[in-house]
Design a protein around this ligand. Structure first.
Ligand code: ARG
Length: 300
């Protein structure tokens, strides 16, 4: 679906880090035993201990930045459960939980739903259509960008718009290496994004150009190390190691890139953002004021 939204201009605004609350799942049972995206090669061995150390480093990085990290207990037999971003979308303390495209991941739905239900989230709705949570939904200020083409059904975009009461902008992904929106697009703050243009169809590229004229365009080489799968707090951007030019682009735009090596998790097609689900304004544990005063829209 499309929505009437003003172009976001980020200009030379000062960057501001805002504390976040994240949900993560340790990779205790991580592995690549099936293939549901081109990164996954079950014949290539995975070093689970190394994956664990890399994941610990990611979590420690968030904690050092002042973010709060909640942990869900991993379950045996669910090797992709480490990719918490896919479990749902949380906005205003409301949760739409995932309905996975592939049977291999459907077992993750119940434990994540149970976690939301027992951790103070009032409105928890089970997705009626296939949706892979923040894998395909990106919150930018008051609007939500939504990916489709490989995983989430377009019907889930309407469900998100209706459930959260926010404008949703649909974007079609066309390259199977970038099967989730968060493998090709990263939200930097309430007005600014970075994205890899070739991952989108013509319509998607035009939409992104119109909405985000100042966006960072990620290069082929940086996209290929899953550089777009980054997590920003508005100033610090946690970026998968190896995305060198993206780091320079971020610094030039006033952000601070922080590189984290997630090479083992990349064997499953995931990196920093995939391991991270943002819990936005959980009513049960309010953060120091949700900022609603941020100026939105055209800066000119
Ligand atoms: N192996 C997982 C899958 O293909 C990786 C998920 C990565 N998560 C993400 N948010 N992109 O479903």
């Amino acid at each position: 679906m499309t929505a009437l939204v003003e172009p976001r201009r980020s200009g030379a605004r000062e960057r501001e880090a805002k504390p976040r609350r994240y949900l993560m799942c340790p990779p205790a049972y991580f592995g690549v035993s099936y293939r549901i995206n081109p990164w996954m090669r079950p014949a290539v061995p995975v070093d689970r201990d190394l994956a664990g150390r890399q994941w610990d480093q990611l979590r420690a990085t968030y904690v050092a930045l002042g973010h709060e990290v909640e942990i869900i207990k991993p379950a045996a037999g669910l090797p992709d459960m480490v990719f918490a971003a896919n479990a749902g979308l949380v906005v205003d303390g409301k949760v739409l939980t995932a309905r996975f495209r592939h049977d291999e991941r459907r077992g993750e739905e119940a434990p994540y739903r149970a976690w939301f239900a027992t951790n103070g989230f009032g409105a928890v709705r089970t997705g009626a259509h296939v949706n892979e949570g923040e894998g395909d939904f990106a919150v930018v200020g008051d609007m939500i960008l939504a990916g489709t083409g490989f995983r989430s059904d377009p019907e889930s975009h309407d469900e998100v718009a209706e459930f959260f009461g926010r404008p949703v902008v649909s974007l079609r992904l066309v390259d199977d290496r970038y099967y989730h929106l968060d493998t090709a697009l990263c939200v930097l703050d309430d007005e600014q994004i970075a994205y890899y243009p070739a991952a989108f169809d013509d319509g998607g590229r035009v939409t992104l150009e119109e909405l985000f004229p100042d966006a960072i365009r990620v290069t082929d080489a940086d996209a290929e190390v899953l550089g777009c799968n980054a997590a920003s707090d508005g100033y610090h951007v946690v970026v998968p190691a190896g995305a060198h030019e993206f780091g320079e682009q971020l610094a030039a735009a006033g952000y601070e890139p922080i590189f984290v090596d997630l090479s083992e998790l990349r064997k499953a097609g995931g990196a920093a953002k995939c391991c991270t689900l943002e819990l936005r304004a959980d009513a049960a544990k309010p953060r120091t004021a949700q900022r609603g005063s941020h100026t939105q829209g055209n800066a000119s």
